[in-house]
Unconditional design. Sequence first.
Length: 136
Amino acid sequence: MSAVNKAIVRRFNQKVIENCNRDEFEMLVAQDFINHSAAAGQDGGREGLWHTFHNVLHPGLSDLHVEVLDQVAEDDKVTTRKRITGRHSGVIAGIQATGRAVSIDVIDIVRIRDGQYVEHWGVNSLPSVLAALRSS
């Protein structure tokens, strides 16, 4: 089960985060998904998760790539340390394009049920990346 769940998370990272594929998102994220790390005032359900990739990351970053650095799986949970990279070529969080290379470090814990994401907890360096872009 652990190897299967790790493969699901890798698929999500490539197909959903990197490629922004809505069909894959629909297959991999449960209707009752909960994002425990959603920012205050942000939708903590599946549409809030899609919004992050489709309306925040992809419009702001070209050549977006996700590199999975480490994964640990136990029971129905997978922890992943990854790096999201790209070029700041569009507006992100109100910041006009700078052309700078961007690297966002992420650690996620995802609970999988029946091959789908049902819960997520995570931390990332996006706030410090945005602060650096603002000071450019």
